[in-house]
Design a protein around this ligand. Structure first.
Ligand code: NAD
Ligand code: UDP
Length: 311
């Protein structure tokens, strides 16, 4: 049994991670300021005596005794991370600094939830870990992209300078139950629109691509990475290499919900990446990991969840 800190534990991915770690018999301390997360996501965990929730902002110092830290605290949807971009950058940079300081003091292992956004609008396709990316440093997405890049730098410098035991994963678009229905990401938007009979809002011409990973697959990969062999620190891509256009996604959602919603086209947000697909050879080799849940299956499970919460 380990004592494990999960920052951002009341969010979409964090809530699943907390549950998996508890189910495996660990003690879990969930830290979250509830900016985009919610107590509802973790309400089923409060009865477990191995679970503790602390309402706390990671831009401030935290002192707890733990063996492992999963650092997920950061708004992830473009609408939310652009709402207060200065705070987003602080959350990534000060949050990483505080959690790395904690890991150094208590000699905990620490895993950073980085992102495929470090590749920006990639000119190499698909994206391997050794691609350095094509990121606008002064655009509307920069608070998130550059914040996450700076956090990776801090992780590697704490490792080189102070020997902190780090693990870095780069998460590609992940979806599933517990996504906030209002957070504006494409999978939740399309499903909620379809279930309500509202127009499906495709941005741009809908030909931009993404690779979608179901949350259970991702969480399994995260835990494998945290417990991977000593000396393997990443960064490692975690994502599903299936690649789909947003129009293909919209059509799948319409088919699986049986909705009569119409597809409408809206302006493409600034700096929206044209294509994205992970190379996952490293995760396969080092972690013995690859996603098992197809987009069709994952969408059906996610639609079932949203039907339950929006009626
Ligand atoms: P989410 O918004 O649901 O979860 C983020 C959580 O962090 C929320 O509970 C939020 O309240 C909390 N938080 C935000 N700022 C905080 C702060 N200053 N102090 C404490 N808590 C704070 O998003 P998610 O999809 O679950 O993403 C989790 C992590 O994974 C994020 O770091 C995100 O960047 C990363 N990630 C997610 C995806 C994805 O597709 N879902 C892709 C790449 C990376
Ligand atoms: N998108 C869309 N309609 C929506 C929301 C998003 O067409 O209602 C597009 C968006 O422009 C992007 C893709 O879907 O090309 C994925 O967007 P999301 O915000 O989910 O993630 P990210 O852009 O960060 O990968």
């Amino acid at each position: 049994m380990k004592r494990i800190l999960v920052t951002g534990g009341a969010g979409f991915i964090g809530s699943h991670l907390c549950k998996w770690l508890l189910d495996a018999g660990n003690e879990v301390i969930c830290v979250d300021n509830l900016f985009t997360g919610s107590k509802k996501n973790i309400e089923g965990l409060f009865d477990n005596r191995n679970f503790e929730f602390i309402r706390h902002d990671v831009t401030r110092e935290l002192m707890v005794e733990v063996d492992q830290i999963y650092n997920l605290a950061c708004p992830a949807s473009p609408i939310h991370y652009q709402y207060n971009p200065v705070k987003t950058m602080k959350t990534s940079v000060l949050g990483a600094t505080n959690m790395l300081g904690l890991a150094k003091r208590v000699r905990a292992q620490i895993l950073q939830a980085s992102t495929s956004e470090v590749y920006g609008n990639p000119q190499v396709h698909p994206q391997p870990e050794n691609y350095w990316g094509n990121v606008n440093p002064i655009g509307v997405r920069s608070c998130y992209d550059e914040g996450k890049r700076a956090a990776e730098t801090l992780f590697f410098d704490y490792h080189r300078q102070s020997g902190v035991d780090i693990k870095v994963i780069r998460i590609f678009n992940t979806y599933g139950p517990n996504m906030n229905p209002d957070d504006g990401r494409v999978v939740s938007n399309f499903i909620v629109q379809a279930l309500k009979g509202d127009d499906i809002t495709v941005y741009g011409d809908g030909k931009q691509t993404r690779s979608f990973c179901y949350v259970d697959d991702l969480v399994e990969g995260m835990i494998r990475m945290m417990n991977s062999r000593e000396g393997f620190i990443g960064p490692v891509n975690l994502g599903n290499p299936g690649e789909f256009t947003m129009l293909e996604l919209a059509k799948k959602v319409l088919a699986f919900t049986g909705s009569k919603s119409q597809i409408v086209y809206k302006p493409l947000p600034k700096d929206d990446p044209v294509q994205r697909k992970p190379v996952i050879d490293l995760a396969k080799k080092e972690l013995g990991w690859e996603p098992k849940i197809s987009l069709d299956e994952g969408l059906k499970r996610t639609i079932k969840y949203f039907k339950g919460i929006i009626g």
